[in-house]
Design a protein around this ligand. Structure first.
Ligand code: KE4
Length: 425
């Protein structure tokens, strides 16, 4: 693959942007490569500055479930933009998007729109603390909920620890109320409740983890969290920023049949535009300002352009119900990936749910952060680079999820398997 212009653009970017990127993972450090710079994208394809074409399995980290530059989404955005792009004044469009989310999630009566998943999580946690009058938050090791200070915590030793900051710039005091528990470990969660029960405002969880790579927990894990929260009058927050409208039209909670108290959303509901959302029952959501005292605000919250893209995306998902086909296509694809690697005697495991999956280079099951960390990340990096050279764009980290869109065709998957057969691992 020609890479000269990509390299020049990266060198220029690094002069004026920290690390040359606006989000760290895009720098390709985890895969020991120099990033590509995209000039355009259409459907399942990306086209970089050197004219290389790629089949895209990262899909902007999840939002592009309909593929890039979907003609109906663009038409809807163009129509809205002709009337202006931001008013900072309510529009009916926001009500319509909230109505679609309410209709999709039994656990949601009301929705507040914001501009990113991080902002949604930040708001959800403040809302949980304001609603319960409690300070502690339980999160699971390996789950990522955006870069809000009190979620940037790293696990200490031991099964259940009070988080310590995982980033400079986060004062210890900001994480002293964050309790870390291993994912998929209900016993550790029980111990956390036993120790901190009446001070735990909420437990936040990715109902299907996407940030350790994909980890699909047993329903008993999620059910157990819900039971412990109810018993201790703590709130359950499902972070469905990835899962919402990805795994099903009603997200992971619809698949697992569990109703969280608060849900955070993002990515797909913006159709490729900046968005986030917090949803829950009215009795909780009404605590948000201006109804209630829990403050939250945003200049571009509910922006009509972003909302139009989200509305059209959800309309297409509801009308076409692509989920059974995405399930079938992705299942067959993962089987073919596994058969290919088995024929090459490459140790691996694949975790998948619907059109979300991760190929882990390990011979053990990946069920939590500790097992994910046993993966051969050097092998993943080599796999990434070789597949990139073959015109296949994968997430530039072992600890992310791959996605299939409604634009992907069988021929794309076959081309990908053909490229995988040639990879040397
Ligand atoms: P944003 O602030 O990036 O919109 O959303 C934060 C967030 C919250 N919750 C979950 C479960 C998430 O996965 C994310 C962000 N996802 C990452 C990729 N796994 C975004 C990619 C990046 O950081 O560049």
């Amino acid at each position: 693959m020609k890479n000269t212009k990509n390299k020049r653009l990266f060198a220029n970017a690094k002069k004026v942007i920290p690390g040359g990127v606006n989000s760290p993972v895009r720098a390709f450090n985890a895969v020991d490569a120099s990033p590509i710079f995209i000039e355009k994208a259409k459907g399942q394809y990306l086209y970089d500055a050197d004219g290389n074409k790629y089949i895209d399995y990262c899909l902007s980290w999840g939002p592009m479930i309909l593929g890039h530059a979907n003609k109906d989404v663009l038409a809807s955005v163009k129509k809205t933009m002709a009337n202006g792009t931001s008013y900072g004044i309510p529009t009916e469009l926001e009500t319509k998007l909230a109505e679609k989310v309410v209709a999709a999630f039994d656990s949601i009566d009301k929705v507040r729109l914001v501009s990113s998943g991080t902002e949604a999580v930040m708001t959800a946690i403040r809302l949980a603390r304001g609603t319960t009058g409690r300070d502690k938050i339980v999160k699971f090791v390996g789950c990522y909920h955006g870069h809000v200070d009190h979620m940037l915590v790293s696990a200490g030793s031991g099964l259940m620890t009070l988080g310590s900051p995982s980033s400079p710039g986060v004062p210890k005091d900001f994480t002293k109320h964050t309790i870390l528990v291993p994912y998929n470990d209900l016993d550790a969660l029980k111990k956390a409740f036993a120790k901190y029960s009446d001070s735990i405002a909420a437990v936040i969880v990715e109902p299907v983890a996407g940030n350790m790579g994909t980890i699909v927990p047993p329903k008993s894990f999620l059910k157990g969290i819900s039971t412990l929260c109810k018993k201790n009058k703590s709130l359950l927050i499902f972070d469905e920023v990835i899962c919402g409208f990805r795994l099903a039209y009603g997200g992971a909670q619809t698949i697992f049949g569990i109703k969280p108290d608060i849900t955070t959303l993002g990515k797909i509901i913006g159709g490729g535009f900046p968005i986030g959302a917090i949803g829950g029952k009215a009795k909780i959501m009404n605590n948000l300002s201006p109804n209630g005292a829990v403050y939250q605000a945003g200049t571009l919250s509910g922006n009509p352009v972003c909302v139009s893209a989200g509305l059209e995306t959800l309309k297409i998902l509801k009308t076409n119900n692509p989920y059974p086909k995405l399930e079938k296509m992705t299942a067959a694809f993962c089987t073919a990936i596994s058969e290919t690697l088995t024929s090459k005697s490459v140790p691996h495991t694949i975790n998948r749910i619907g059109s979300m999956f991760t190929l882990f280079f390990t011979d053990e099951p990946v069920t939590d952060f500790a097992s994910a960390m046993k993966c051969d990340t050097a092998k993943y990096a080599s796999y990434f680079r070789q597949m990139l050279n073959a015109g296949i764009y994968l997430p530039p980290s072992q600890f992310e999820a791959n996605f299939i869109s409604t634009a992907h065709k069988k021929t794309d998957l076959n081309k990908t398997i053909a490229a995988l057969k040639k990879v040397k691992l």
